[in-house]
Design a protein around this ligand. Structure first.
Ligand code: NOJ
Length: 765
């Protein structure tokens, strides 16, 4: 036994001991993803002990009104400016924070008002820098499709640099809501359907925004939102009710938030929705029991916009005073936009409805954030550096690289792609292909359409010697076919078409829910007409969510998903279309065949009556399925093609038996068997064959993006620990249970390459 253990350990040591499956970074891709240099001597951060000492000092001098003032966040006005009333509140020391204000000069001007207040507590400025500030990266869903932690971290760090230069201290990102209903408009802002991928991306984004010290002049405080389960809004309708078991909540919706806490996120935002009858903003169980007591979070909790007083509409509180009381007592520290705490806080304390301790602790959380941001030492931003910080060539280059690597090739019949750069004529069709605003998104921060590259511009820049003919064919929402003829003529003349179709940007984002998720307007009819020409064509999809594109999948020779691609979108898309970049994106969300399949995700439960296509004798009628559509999606989670091919070989486990305390080493070799260099995402899934709480059919437990030259072979190692093997028992403790497991390796969630192993002991950790 002892010998076997020694052997196991020795073999295991050979397996990349340091690399945990969750932490394995895509070091291979780093050669063209360079992090900005560290500015080590620019930290203004005090030690945590010193911060607490200073907080106590300030708190001891504060009046109740000043304390309540710190809990208020008001909004700037369009363009980033502020109202005279805001300045007056700041001077009086009755304001903690302002959102939507930006611009170095404006933020400094308002800060000077705050610095005239009695206690000179600086304001903290928040803003929705979601996927870039001036240099826009792909929407978060698109960034996630890179499956590259370093890329996502880099995008966030550039977003932080540009934001801080304009005076913003705090971004309301990342949104870490898991989401499984593509009708929900906010799908674009998150990381998709998977818990593990979502948690990894949450950590990467927090690291990118904050670094290890967000007092630095190129970092911002991050905010994990929306706590919690906002992504589970019933029927995908924004702001809608959520009612779910604690198990589902803890297994699926909470882990990315916990991952953000582990990564050191500085703040949380409450969700708009109610959870099991209690609005999130007034939900003590969420905000105190889970977030503070279990996870030991010591950062700042801000409400969502008006979410405190919306507890009235939820029929939870009877009036604003009650709403303020519920929010404060539940653990919401700062109120965004509405003013119920400012208006009723004093009375609530005087009437004993809210204790001074509750107020003090909320103020502590606000002040702690301001100290961690270094604002007490330097509340201002250097106005001279602002403009030169935006859109730096290296930022644009990073955006182009990351965007190109976020595109997902869903279909490529007969090598339709890449297109030869020597093509003489090419038609570009579709309104979305030439509308600068459309490569941006619902959350575009201060990115300017004039600074973004459309697909048409990207193609023209790529093909200086080609006759690139552009026809709209159809507006995104068009209701007539009146311009189809010109488009068809252009396709006939050119002999090859790139057809850009999809959703307009306002069809996703907040309040962007849809009841149908196909192509809006007559875009599908336009595609059908183009198909009739018999000319080859490529469908370039612009989308903030998975869409129902069954006809396209059957009829288009090639499909490239481009999300909303950001500032460098046109160049990046052209890079992929014409082969300068080999596509490597993988879907972070399944594309359903039709709406009726929603919610659809790869990590479903098996049920007692799964369909079994391999059985000829099974009565297929009484199985868990639909009569009119297959169970599997059109394109599954983790799927995405390349211009080259990869083989997975020599898949081995370092042992086939282990105890609950031990880890498992997994190795596979990946070979580029095609004739172009390319990147592949090696994905590892786990299935727990039988357990006391049923587990999904498989769950992602590791991934790694690697780059391979032609014929190159690389070894990829994963290590599975108890965190990967275990699940939450009935007391919410991590439990590894004895039994058989299956581990799958491949390049998509439907991979069939499998090995089994056995855990011999059961243990609760
Ligand atoms: C409402 C959104 O739900 C939230 O995500 C955002 O950060 C705030 N508005 C502030 O703009």
């Amino acid at each position: 036994m002892a010998r076997k253990m020694v052997l196991t350990i020795a073999v295991f040591a050979l397996f990349l001991a340091a690399v945990r499956s969750g932490d394995s970074s895509s070091d291979e891709s780093q050669h063209y993803l360079k992090m900005p240099e560290k500015i080590d001597d620019m930290s203004r951060r005090l030690s945590e002990v010193e911060i607490e000492r200073r907080i106590n000092q300030i708190l001891a001098q504060m009046t109740l009104d000043e304390k309540i003032g710190q809990l208020q966040q008001t909004s700037g006005v369009n363009g980033g400016d502020f109202l005279p009333e805001t300045a007056a509140l700041a001077r009086a020391g009755l304001l903690g924070s302002v959102l939507n204000i930006r611009g170095a000069h404006i933020t400094n001007t308002l800060q000077r008002h705050a610095m005239q207040s009695r206690l000179k507590i600086p304001l903290v400025y928040g803003f929705d820098t979601i996927h870039g500030y001036r240099t826009l990266f792909p929407i978060p869903l698109g960034e996630t499709a890179t499956w590259d932690r370093d890329a996502v971290e880099l995008a966030a760090s550039i977003a932080a640099t540009e934001s801080r230069a304009t005076g913003i201290h705090w971004t309301f990102a990342p949104m870490v809501d898991v989401m499984r209903d593509a009708r929900w408009g906010r799908i674009m802002e998150g990381s998709g359907e998977d818990v593990f991928l979502g948690s990894e991306m949450a950590k990467a984004r927090v690291r990118g925004f904050q670094g290890d010290d967000y007092s630095r002049p190129d970092k911002v405080m991050a905010c994990a939102k929306h706590f919690a389960a906002y992504g589970a809004a019933e029927a995908g309708r924004d702001y809608n009710t959520v009612d779910m078991s604690e198990r589902r909540l803890r297994e699926i919706y909470l882990p990315p938030f916990q991952a953000a806490v582990e990564a050191g996120v500085g703040s949380f935002m409450t969700a708009f929705n109610e959870l099991n009858g209690v609005p999130a903003t007034g939900n003590k169980w969420l905000l105190r029991d889970v977030l503070r007591d279990e996870w030991k979070f010591d950062g700042l909790v801000v409400s969502d916009w008006d979410a405190v007083i919306e507890m009235n509409a939820h029929q939870y509180s009877a009036n604003d005073s009650e709403a303020a009381r519920y929010a404060l007592n539940a653990g919401t520290d700062m109120e965004m936009n509405s003013r119920s705490v400012a208006q009723h806080g004093r009375q609530l304390v005087e009437n004993g409805k809210v204790s001074v301790t509750v107020i003090d602790n909320a103020v502590r959380n606000v002040l702690r954030a301001k100290f961690r941001l270094g604002l007490f030492d330097n509340p201002y931003v250097d106005e001279r550096l602002e403009n030169s910080t935006f859109l730096k060539p290296e930022f644009l280059q990073a955006a182009r690289n990351i965007t190109a690597r976020s595109l997902v090739l869903l279909k490529n019949e007969n090598h339709t792609l890449p297109i030869s750069k020597h093509i003489r004529r090419i038609a570009v069709i579709g309104a979305l292909g030439s509308t600068p605003n459309e490569t941006l998104s619902h959350w575009s921060a201060d990115a300017r359409p004039s600074e973004s590259i459309t697909i048409l511009q990207g193609i023209r820049a790529k093909l200086p010697d080609t006759n690139v003919i552009y026809e709209k064919g159809c507006e995104v929402y068009c209701t007539t076919d009146k311009d189809f003829a010109e488009a068809v003529e252009a396709v006939n003349y050119a002999g090859f078409a790139i057809v850009v179709v999809g959703e307009p940007k306002e069809y996703s984002g907040e309040a962007g829910s849809r009841s149908m998720i196909g192509l809006p307007g007559r875009q599908l009819d336009l595609l059908k007409r183009i198909k009739e020409t018999g000319k080859p064509f490529v469908v370039v999809l612009m989308n903030g969510r998975p869409m129902t594109i069954e006809w396209v999948a059957e009829n288009a020779p090639a499909i490239l998903v481009t999300w909303r691609a950001g500032t460098m979108g046109g160049h990046a898309i052209a890079d992929v279309l014409f082969g300068d970049v080999n596509p490597s994106g993988k879907l972070p969300m399944s594309f359903p065949r039709n709406l009726g399949q929603i919610p659809i995700h790869y990590d479903m439960k098996n049920t007692g009556r799964p369909i079994d296509k391999s059985s000829a004798t099974l009565d297929q009628r009484y199985r868990s399925k639909y009569l009119d559509v297959a169970n599997d999606p059109l394109y599954t989670f983790g799927f995405g093609l390349s211009y080259t091919t990869f083989a997975f070989e020599n898949f081995t486990l370092n042992t086939t038996t282990l105890t609950a305390d031990e880890s498992l080493g997994i190795r596979v070799e990946v070979v580029n068997t095609g004739n172009r260099e390319g990147e592949e995402v090696v994905q590892l899934y786990l299935r727990d064959v039988a357990s006391s709480i049923t587990r999904p059919v498989r769950q992602l437990r590791g991934f790694r993006k690697i780059n391979l030259a032609v014929q190159e072979r690389k070894r990829v190692d994963f290590v599975l620990t108890r965190r990967d093997l275990g699940f939450l028992d009935k007391q919410w403790k991590l439990k590894v249970e004895a039994g058989t497991f299956e581990v799958y390796i491949g390049n998509s969630s439907d991979t069939i390459m499998m090995k089994t192993f056995t855990v011999t002991t059961t243990k609760i950790f």
